[in-house]
Design a protein around this ligand. Structure first.
Ligand SMILES: Cc1cc2nc3c(=O)[nH]c(=O)nc-3n(C[C@H](O)[C@H](O)[C@H](O)COP(=O)(O)O)c2cc1C
Length: 160
């Protein structure tokens, strides 16, 4: 498989946008935009996220032992880009709520339709990425809103 075919194909696969958050060892909020999210199991409730091995949030997730998956709503593309920027302080000026569990990360309440707080159940080495399988300990479906979708290198809105 050549890189071009792989990347072009994946670029044409529409993906829901999440922001995966946690707290670092100084209790500072940290996180990144992630489209590589999937539901895994209902009983028990498991999800997975794939993070690049170079991602700055990796170590913080390992240390805290968990993360929050924020399911981004339509119209929040600017925040999703902020959370993907190379910056030491992606959370500057960003409002968030605290998680209810010891392992969860910041909840971007105003920008999401739902969130899951997850404890890391297992970590799988996968090429240039790491897969964190998380057990959902808490979460809320906050409101019906269209999702933020990433497709062909841009954010698109879907509705029906
Ligand atoms: C729409 C979109 C989807 C992304 N999906 C992922 C992803 O699934 N996994 C990942 O590791 N990085 C993903 N990224 C890149 C990260 O958000 C981030 O830019 C990268 O991890 C570098 O972050 P760092 O500075 O914390 O290392 C995505 C970026 C965007 C804009």
């Amino acid at each position: 498989m050549d890189d071009y075919t792989f990347l072009t194909t994946m670029g044409n696969v529409a993906a829901s946008v999440t922001v995966v958050t946690t707290f670092d060892e100084s209790a500072e909020p940290i996180g990144l935009t992630v489209s590589a999210f999937s539901s895994v199991s209902l009983d028990p409730p498991l999800v997975l996220v794939c993070l690049g091995k170079e991602a700055s949030s990796l170590e913080a997730i390992r240390l805290r032992g968990g993360y929050t998956v924020n399911f981004m709503a339509a119209g929040t593309g600017d925040l999703a880009l902020t959370m993907a920027e190379r910056s030491d302080d992606r959370f500057a000026g960003v409002a968030y709520d605290s998680p209810s569990t010891e392992v969860g990360g910041p909840i971007l309440t105003d920008s999401i339709f739902a969130f899951f707080e997850c404890v890391v159940e297992s970590e799988i080495d996968a090429g240039d990425h790491v897969i964190f399988i998380g057990r959902v300990l808490a979460g809320e479906f906050l409101r019906e809103r269209d999702p933020l979708v990433y497709w062909r290198r841009g954010f698109v809105e879907v509705s029906h």
